[in-house]
Write a protein that binds this ligand. Structure first.
Ligand SMILES: Nc1ncnc2c1ncn2[C@@H]1O[C@H](COP(=O)(O)OP(=O)(O)OP(=O)(O)O)[C@@H](O)[C@H]1O
Ligand SMILES: [Mg+2]
Length: 281
């Protein structure tokens, strides 16, 4: 019989370690924590933007963008280069204050809240350009992210960081300096850093960028697992097969406006969407 729950996995590892030279002490509370972590559920949030405009001088980066992310769903935001995707992320996370429009988390308006307050409310993000600390190890990057945000619960325990690394496939890289890791692995470190803040909604800006085919497939599986655990995800991504395979719902942005919104099958065959991509800026 295959053991799939956390406790069995942990016990198996423990038994393996007994057969080795070194026998660690294992306490019941550690076993419980591990089991809880494996069975963890996220309390996914609803996020909504209404008619958001962001003007940079004469450039209308966003010109009335309204989207909604449902709890425990993976919603994607696609569109050609320069369409305004990262700008909308910056407005949602508080890096930019919009020229007009509103942002709501769980029905509460957060348009003018500072970045840190939003992070405490459970908004986490990863960046289009990798933003981890290159001189720190994988483990320390995740610890620091959890401590810095110190969100709605206490800072992550060593056990929690270990479980998180195991979960996103980073266990073998735990002591390696992030700056020396291949991009595919560094992207997972970024994801683990975001998860260490106990998010309710996760915003991912091109997580497959720099990943090879099998790493992209692993990332897709990981995101599907997270949404099954209840996390809300907003994904910006250029890899269309990735987007089509993981999304529950898709918004298409072009020149700062939402030109289409639907389920993947409908978006794929929408002539407006095809035209926007063909006429990419
Ligand atoms: N801080 C800024 N100042 C001036 N213009 C900006 C600024 N940030 C973004 N823009 C402009 O706003 C538009 C939207 O940019 P944004 O980065 O949001 O696009 P994107 O959809 O994320 O594109 P990509 O797919 O290439 O990442 C572009 O024309 C960009 O040049
Ligand atoms: Mg972008």
């Amino acid at each position: 019989m295959e053991h799939t729950n956390g406790r069995s996995k942990f016990l198996n590892r423990f038994i393996q370690s007994i057969n080795g030279d070194f026998t660690p002490l294992v306490f019941q509370k550690d076993l419980d924590a591990m089991a809880n972590f494996d069975d963890r559920q996220f309390d996914g949030s609803t996020l909504e933007t209404t008619d958001v405009k962001m003007y940079f001088g004469g450039v209308k980066a966003l010109d009335g963008a309204s989207i909604k992310v449902e709890p425990g769903k993976l919603t994607s935001l696609i569109g050609p280069n320069g369409a305004g995707k990262t700008t909308l992320f910056n407005v949602i996370t508080g890096f930019l204050k919009p020229t007009a429009g509103q942002v709501f988390l769980e029905g509460r308006e957060i348009t003018r809240e500072p970045i840190r307050a939003r992070s405490k409310m459970g908004i986490a993000r990863t960046f289009q350009k990798l933003e981890a600390f290159n001189t720190l190890s994988t483990r320390d990057n995740i610890l620091v992210a959890g401590e810095k945000h110190n969100t709605r619960t206490e800072t992550p325990t060593k056990l929690e960081v270990d479980a998180l690394m195991e979960d996103v496939g980073l266990a073998e890289y735990s002591d390696i300096t992030v700056g020396t890791l291949p991009t595919g692995i560094a992207r997972r470190v970024e994801l683990a850093r975001a998860l260490a803040t106990h998010p309710r909604i996760l915003l991912l800006d091109e997580p497959s960028s720099g990943l090879n085919e099998s790493e992209t497939e692993e990332m897709a599986q990981l995101l599907s697992k997270l949404t099954k655990q209840g996390l809300s995800i907003l994904l910006v991504e250029h890899d269309m097969s990735f987007v089509m395979s993981v999304s529950d719902f898709i918004y298409v942005l072009d020149f700062g406006k939402i030109i289409a919104q639907d389920i993947p099958e409908k978006i794929q065959n929408d002539p407006k969407v095809r035209a926007a991509y063909l006429g990419a800026h």
